[in-house]
Design a protein around this ligand. Structure first.
Ligand SMILES: [Zn+2]
Length: 276
């Protein structure tokens, strides 16, 4: 499932092909994504210039003159970029093509949990869209710091791992990155969030930023042959500290890594390095 780093890498890959460019044509071959792709999308977008491509959480926000195109990769989505003249014929999972300037951007999504929605300016600030309004702060926003993490977790009795995954304090800490961040911060994943003191909040905020930043860098190194984020398991599968390493020795202390299930998601941790 594409996580925030994959979406940010996608944004960086698309950005030079779309910013300041005009939408020349739109082809919708399949409207049935998580929500129906608007039938009027070609009429809404064609001829408009894309001013900016932003990301909020795992949503890409394509800012046009008349509104914002909101896209999400769901479980298995990916944008591919082709030179317009050299795009291959669409396959059965290639649901939407956007021809922007000289490029053809193709949305592929085998499982169709992704989304492509239009939010006109007249409907108000896109930040207040129901999909966006309740998201936590961005991990690289200066407002995400130890003080915010500490105050936001005071009432939370749930384990810190699940509070991170909920995404209402900080966005982007998906399952892999939650395990990795807690490992680096030395915090046990079952620790009730409200018991974290200021020093541990400081370490955790720093770990979240570092883990996501590294993932984006690793993903960014694949930009040269950017074709896909589809089915990506995250960029940490090769050199994760704990993720998917049950039974293997901790890279810090040698203790076997353990696996537990929280909220139906696998959590990996070192019982010695990570304390409650
Ligand atoms: Zn350890």
């Amino acid at each position: 499932m594409p996580e925030l780093p994959e979406v940010e890498v996608t944004r960086r890959a698309l950005e030079p092909h779309v910013e300041g460019r005009q939408v020349v044509a739109v082809q919708v071959r399949e409207q049935r994504l998580r929500w129906p792709v608007p039938a009027a999308l070609p009429a809404l977008l064609t001829g408009q210039r894309i001013a900016r491509l932003d990301r909020r959480g795992k949503y890409l926000l394509w800012h046009l003159a008349g509104g914002t195109l909101i896209s999400h990769l769901g479980m298995s989505g990916a944008w591919r970029v082709y030179a317009r003249e050299r795009a291959p014929p669409p396959g059965r999972h290639d649901h939407v093509d956007l021809v922007v300037g000289d490029a053809l951007l193709r949305l592929t999504d085998p499982r169709r949990f992704g989304a492509l929605l239009w939010h006109p300016h007249v409907a108000g600030d896109v930040a207040q869209h129901p999909l966006l309004a309740h998201l936590g702060v961005e991990p690289f926003d200066p407002r995400f710091d130890a003080a915010l993490l500490h105050s936001a977790t005071r009432g939370r009795t749930a384990p810190i791992k699940q509070v991170l995954l909920a995404g209402d304090i900080v966005v982007g800490v998906g399952n892999i990155y939650a395990s990795e961040s807690l490992f680096r911060a030395g915090i046990h994943p079952t620790q009730p969030a409200r018991r974290l003191g200021p020093a541990r909040c400081e370490r955790l905020a720093a770990a979240v930023r570092a883990v996501l930043d590294e993932a984006i860098r690793v993903g960014g190194s694949t930009l040269r042959d950017f074709t896909s984020g589809a089915g990506a398991e995250g960029y940490f599968t090769a050199d994760a500290g704990v993720y998917d390493r049950a039974g293997l020795p901790c890279r810090v202390c040698g203790t076997p890594i353990r696996r537990l299930v929280q909220g139906q998601r696998a959590t990996y941790y070192c019982p010695r390095c990570q304390r409650r």
